[in-house]
Each structure stands twice: as C-alpha cells, then as structure tokens.
Design a protein around this ligand. Sequence first.
Ligand code: PMT
Length: 398
Amino acid sequence: MGYLTNKRILLGVTGGIAAYKSADLVRRLQDAGAGVRVAMTPAATEFITPLTMQALSGHPVHLDLLDPAAEAAMGHIELARWADLIIVAPATADFIARLANGEANDLLSTTCLASPSPLVLVPAMNQGMWRKESTLTNVATVQKRGVHILGPDSGSQACGDIGPGRMLEPSAIVDAVSGLFNTGVLNGRKVVITAGPTREAIDPVRYISNHSSGKMGYALADAAVEAGAETILVSGPTNLVANDRARLVPVTTADEMLAACMAELSGCALFIAAAAVCDYRPVEVPTQKIKKTAESMTLLLTRNPDIVATVARHPQRPITIGFAAETANLRQYASDKRLSKNLDAIIANDVSSPDIGFNSDHNQVVWIDASGAEQLPVLSKSQLARQLIAKMAGMIVP
Ligand code: PMT
C-alpha cells in the first residue's frame, strides 16, 4: 500500500514557471495511493494547460468560481469538503499574500478558505521576492494560522538568479505530506466502531433514547479510515453521513447493535464503543399505540445487554475501548467501568457541559488505561479522534 492510500488531495496550481513540476507531482501523489483533483488559478493556465492536468488526474480541472456547469458537477464547497488535504504547488507570492489577507477572489483561494482540511503551501518565486519583508510577513501570518510551508529550495532559478525560491521537488513534497497523515498505523486492520444512540420502543410511535448525535463515533470512523483501517461503523439513528470508505451497519436497538457487533468480530483488531446505548428497554412493547387515558403510567424496564463488555469477554477479543459518559466523579466512575467491563482503555467524557460531549463539535476527555490517566485538551471531535486512533493503534500487538 502507498503512503497516501485512501487520501483525497486537492492540488492547487498558481501562476509560476514551476507549474510544470505540478504535472509530475500529480503522478507521484497517485503513485503513493492518493486520489488527486486539480484546481488552477487563471495565471496558472498560462504556464501549463488544464488539459494536461485533466489527463494526468483523470478528472476535469476546477478553474472558475462562476462556471455553472463545473459548479453543478462538483462545486467549490463540495471540493473543499472532499479534500483531506490541499497542496498549493507552486504557491506564488501573490497567492500567499491573498491567502494572508483572507481573500477569496478566485476558485482556488475560495476553496482554501472554505476547507476545514490541512493546507500545504509550496512557495516558488524569484529569490528577491521571497526575501522581501512583505512576503516573509505573509508567510509567517499563514503559518501562525496552521498552514504548512514546504521549502523553498535554494539554487539557480529560471530567471538566472541564484538563491532561495525554487519549488521543492515533487518527491520531497510527497514525502513531507505523507508525514502529515497518521497514514498506515491501521493499514490492514479491521476496526469496528459503535456510534450514536439506540432507540428502545415503548409502543409503535414512542421510544426511549438519549442525546447522542453520533459525531464522536463518526469522527473516529473518519480517523480510522484515514489511518488505513477497514472500518465498520455500527450506528444507531443519527442525521450524519458516514464516511463513504467506511461500511455503515445501521441499527436501532441495543439488541440489534449487539448482534451487528458480534457478526463483525471475526478478524477485528480494534473495537471502539462510542455509542450511547440505552441501558434499559421496556419489558413489553404493545403492537398498538398506548392510549392517553390514565393520569399516570408506569413503564417496567429491563436491562439491555452490555455490548462492549460482551465483546471484551469474547475468547478472541480485539483491543477493546469504551467511553464513559459521566456528569460527576468522572475519573473514578470511568476507572471503575474500565475494570468492571474488562476494557483495555476507557475514554472518560464529561457530559455535564453543553460545549463538549453530547452533540457538540468539540470534546474533552481523559484517556484512562492500566498505566494511568491522561487529560487531553478541548479539541474538535475530528482532531480528538485522530489522537485517540493513534493511541489505540499503538495498543495493537504487531
Ligand atoms: O454522539 P455525540 O453527540 O458525539 O456524543 C459523544 C458521546 C458523549 C456519546 C461519546 O463520547 C460517549 O461518551 N459515548 C459513551 C456513552 C455511554 O453510553 O457511556 P456509558 O458510561 O453509559 O457506557 C460505558 C461504555 O459502555 C460505553 O463505551 C458504551 O458504548 C458501552 N455500553 C453501555 C451500555 C450498553 N448496554 N452497552 C455498551 O456497550
């Protein structure tokens, strides 16, 4: 498998003489396993034709923000979401300046601004332009915002000057961007993740459930896919769209979730229970809607099976990780759950604050395993999922 297997990379090309190297970069990214799409600024098309980039990437090149036909096929916002990573190579002084100013006046700059994914700039320009304080300030500005800068190289330039400003060679770019991914830590591994709530019927129109949105479990599935795993997402009802490179197994009840998980255990290296499973379900579920006649009613509930504990008891158990959603005594309750459910690690999740935990895009957790506890900072669920997957992958015996 290549270093960039399963990765989706948007290659942005801006108007500099080094644009001819972008053609080679497309091939090398593909050789490393990535799917590549190309966006070009108008100036870039003066240096290399969109037809060349289309032939190499196998997809139409994105050129114009105001082209209704191209936007209908894959609009710039969709493109921004599609990309796991954006590389702009070459990145001219002008493009870096526009990015530093937050401008969105062509398709490429707009896509960069709209995308939540990491952005890599590979500067290429005359050495005098590179050395100018304005350029260096713009580079520092975008770097401070988390943009990665690769290069430039130093040496003889197309204009005859000698100095810094040459675009890095495509092979060096591929090596550097491979390092940005958690790539390969779960290559060839099967990972099963539970996500979302379960619903337990009271009657044909009512149910018991909880506030889980599924965001944490779906982010873990994204991170597992990113790390190269064969990913199975066993999900209760949510409004989310699953990663199209994960296999979604939709379920409703705890019983269904248990059956789906047990059916997927063969060959599973890592089991992650992020779902908020209803602990109880009504003992009897009438086939007709319960009529509102009595002033009060009592529901008799029975315990649901414990899915993660059942997996952890299996003779061929995978590395088994649970979450603990708590509103008090976070570490103590979570540690107790880890031991009672026989888990390799548990992720203690304070769900008393609306800014983290249920339904939020952010989360803050404590990782607890046999060696102790580690508090992680508040992170987006995507960032947190990447960190957690890296930790969990480290627990799998090679
Ligand atoms: O879905 P989001 O809105 O993004 O919110 C994320 C989350 C808060 C739901 C998630 O981060 C989380 O904490 N999930 C676990 C919720 C939970 O049910 O915790 P618990 O302490 O009740 O259960 C402990 C562990 O046992 C969990 O791994 C749970 O999946 C598992 N369990 C619980 C009951 C049961 N019958 N079977 C189980 O497998």
